[in-house]
Ligand binder design. Structure first.
Ligand code: PEP
Length: 217
């Protein structure tokens, strides 16, 4: 049986106090498992999250939700790949919220993937359909249709599987589904042959629901 990859996208949520509470509760709720779990937090939380996870001895890896398209230098407000690499091994790139709200183009996303690779960060690249451009250097692809993100209205596992089959045929290593995944529906996705895991937004914010989702996956 395959062991699914579970990626949490906390988006622009949680203060440091809330993260401390989340880790406390998750530690109480979670049970031993062989699943690969990655939490992608805001930049400001990466350092403390890393320390808290290590302190509690949790089997969780850390990711960022974005990175600068540029190296270090005169880019006020940006957080570059070398800085992220101090805390994380993964980075979400191409999330539809960034494409829509921050006008991220294919060219910018390509630069971001290059930066991630240059500093040994693994991109978790989001696509909105089979025709979304995927830059070279990407190995983990996440299908997240617009209508399913944060709506409580997931795509069908069959449709996600069809996209997954096409993506896998193109040679990508891992295919994830994201969009309104929770403890009730996660198994429908992770039991599909081409789906290697899930990207979870809302259901990852609550440690109890996240832990239930991991157990059910
Ligand atoms: C996401 O935005 O990456 C996501 C999957 O969100 P949700 O699970 O809340 O739909």
């Amino acid at each position: 049986m395959k062991s699914p990859l579970i990626v949490a996208n906390w988006k622009s949520n949680k203060t440091l106090e809330e993260v401390k509470e989340w880790v406390e509760k998750y530690t109480e709720e979670s049970s031993q498992n062989d699943k690969q779990i990655i939490i992608c937090s805001s930049f400001t939380l990466l350092s403390d999250l890393k320390n808290l996870i290590s302190h509690k001895n949790l089997k969780i890896e850390i990711g960022a939700q974005d990175l600068s398209a540029f190296d270090s230098g005169q880019y006020t407000g940006e957080v570059n790949a070398a800085q992220i690499k101090d805390f994380a091994n993964y980075v979400i790139i191409g999330h539809s919220e960034r494409r829509k709200n921050f006008n991220e183009t294919n060219q910018i996303l390509e630069q971001k993937v290059t930066m991630a690779r240059n500093y040994d960060l693994e991109p978790i690249f989001c696509i909105q359909g089979n025709d979304t451009y995927i830059p070279s250097g990407v190995e983990i692809v996440t299908y997240e249709p617009f209508f399913a993100i944060g709506t409580g209205n997931p795509d069908t596992p069959e449709n996600a599987e069809e996209i997954g089959g096409m993506i896998k045929k193109k040679g990508f290593r891992s295919f994830l589904y994201g969009g309104s995944v929770n403890s009730e529906n996660v198994k429908n996705f992770t039991s599909m042959p081409s789906i290697d895991g899930v990207l979870i937004g809302k259901a990852s914010l609550d440690p109890l629901e996240f832990s239930k989702t991991i157990n059910a996956s």
